[in-house]
Design a binder for this molecule. Structure first.
Ligand code: ATP
Ligand code: MG
Length: 489
């Protein structure tokens, strides 16, 4: 059996690891059992990227959320009835904490009665076997995999399997979900699940999906890496109109959706982690007029602030593009600073759709040249330190100046860079062996012979100390001569 804790820890980003440890620690202190569940475990097993952390506690998640808030986490949404908290952990990492519960249906298709439960009951009430796996985070069983419905073997078979015959009757939104997971993962529906799916469609159950549930699915769709495949699958199964008739009527603009997905890949390659839900939602709704987009989103239960954010996004991106291409940001270093602060969703939107060629080429330069160049900064810092420049504001300014020069194509070779560094820092080149020019060089020569110049501020140190450092420098700088002298002796 694989070591799931090792697998988990090797796959988490540092901020996700910190969030996991904190939740684990708080749960232990409060006496709650805690598990990693749902999409996180599925994605871990299938090797997909871990977008968010879903925790389930046998206890009250609000108590944990309150403590996390003290450490800088933000609660995005809290459903007290369901004891479900959507949270942005400190370090900007998304996730959720929910109480373990059982949904009890008096009759199939009725509103379920909620009962707080153990993790095993919670896993069994879930939608599909691949979503019903947990990893224990409790001290006595840390890393233990809980898989009461055999989800692991369905993952191996590449199948999405609904857990009970009434799955779609109980929650018709699972008709959208099952296609979403199948399309996302390239899985097929397990044979009986397919039969239950077909039967549900025959009985028109898809027309009973509530607008709020459809809205939740649309929100999840916009966060997907490849929404086009899912949209196609919904369209092929005539389910687009159940999300909203207008979506089905105005043919989808899959080109735009694909273009944004491609840009997401490019940004990942450049080392950024973009969150593209807003521009992706706009691309999905692309063929609708502004007024129609607003009314659709309201109808599907999006909050007013969310709708505003989506509808004002294009204008915001356009303004950012204009500023980026403007005269004030003509110098590459100023554009770099601006782009460094630009939200990644705006950056992605401009890259995918903007006709502002200056802005787009600056974004490309930022991703493909400037950011890689910036990664060379530690080397510059080392070089400057080796020259003897003490840390401080002047040091930082020199580093920035060198970076700015490199952006314009200067200082590419090490020799050229050293020259620039010396000029900007004011630190002179070490004297050549026979050179006696300059006061400082003469002074250094008197004490230690052929030596590197002293770091700033060390001039008044006692001779013994001064002698020690340059002696080393001398050895390293001219080993051949030292060898010769020894031979003569
Ligand atoms: P994603 O990667 O899209 O976040 P996810 O599986 O985490 O995928 P969520 O919508 O975040 O999906 O739900 C978290 C978990 O809650 C799911 O994995 C599933 O176990 C359970 N769940 C969500 N919606 C339903 C539902 N309608 N019926 C049963 N279980 C559900
Ligand atoms: Mg999730």
């Amino acid at each position: 059996m694989p070591d799931y804790m090792f697998l988990l820890e090797s796959r988490l980003l540092p901020e996700q690891r910190a969030a996991l440890l904190r939740v684990q620690e708080l749960s232990a202190a409060m006496g709650f059992n805690v598990y990693l569940t749902g999409g996180t475990v599925r994605d871990l097993i299938t090797g997909a990227s871990l977008r968010d952390l879903d925790f389930t506690v046998e206890g009250n998640p609000s108590k944990i959320a309150r403590e996390l808030e003290k450490g800088g986490a933000k609660v995005l949404a809290e459903d007290e009835k369901l004891r479900h908290v959507e949270i942005l952990f400190s370090g900007d990492c998304e996730g959720s904490i929910a109480a373990a519960r059982d949904d009890h249906y008096v009759r199939p298709g009725t509103r379920p009665e909620i009962r707080w439960s153990t993790i095993m009951e919670d896993l069994r009430r879930r939608d599909f076997s691949l979503n019903a796996i947990a990893i224990s985070l409790n001290p006595a069983s840390r890393g233990l995999l809980l898989d009461p419905t055999n989800g692991l073997s369905d993952v191996e078979r590449a199948e999405v399997r609904a857990l009970i015959i009434h799955s779609f009757t109980n929650q018709p939104v699972r008709l959208l979900r099952v296609l979403r997971f199948a399309a996302r993962m390239g899985f097929k529906l397990e044979q009986r699940t397919q039969e239950w799916f077909d039967l549900a469609i025959e009985r028109d159950l898809h027309h009973t999906i509530t607008p709020e549930d459809a809205g939740t699915e649309l929100r999840s769709l916009a966060r997907e890496e490849n929404p086009a495949a899912i949209l196609k699958s919904w369209e092929e199964h005539d389910l687009l109109e159940t999300v909203h008739p207008m979506l089905a009527k105005k043919h989808l603009d899959l080109d735009s959706v694909n273009r944004l997905s491609k840009v997401r890949d490019d940004l990942f390659m450049a080392g950024l982690r973009p969150r593209l839900a807003t521009p992706m939602m706009l691309a999905i709704l692309g063929r609708l007029k502004d007024r129609e987009q607003g009314s659709l989103l309201h109808k599907l239960g999006f909050r007013a602030a969310e709708v505003d954010q989506i509808l004002s996004f294009e204008e915001e991106a356009h303004a950012a593009g204009k500023e980026l291409a403007g005269k004030k940001l003509a110098a590459p270093i100023d554009s770099y600073r601006f782009l460094e602060k630009m939200r990644t969703d705006i950056l992605a939107h401009l890259l995918a759709f903007s006709s502002n060629s200056t802005a787009v080429s600056k974004i490309r330069a930022y991703l493909n040249k400037w950011r890689p160049l910036r990664q060379g900064i530690p080397a510059i810092v080392n070089e400057l330190t080796a020259m003897g420049m003490p840390p401080g504001p002047k040091f930082d300014a020199v580093v920035d100046q060198v970076f700015a020069m490199q952006m314009t194509g200067r200082g590419k070779t090490p020799e050229e860079r050293v020259k620039i560094l010396r000029k900007l820092s004011g630190i002179k080149e070490p004297p050549k062996p026979k050179e006696t020019k300059g006061k400082e060089k003469k002074h250094a020569g008197k004490i230690v012979g052929k030596a590197a110049p002293l770091p700033a501020g060390k001039a008044a140190a006692p001779p013994a100390k001064i002698a020690a450092a340059p002696a080393k420098a001398h050895k390293a700088a001219a080993p051949a001569k030292v060898e010769k002298k020894k031979k003569k002796k």
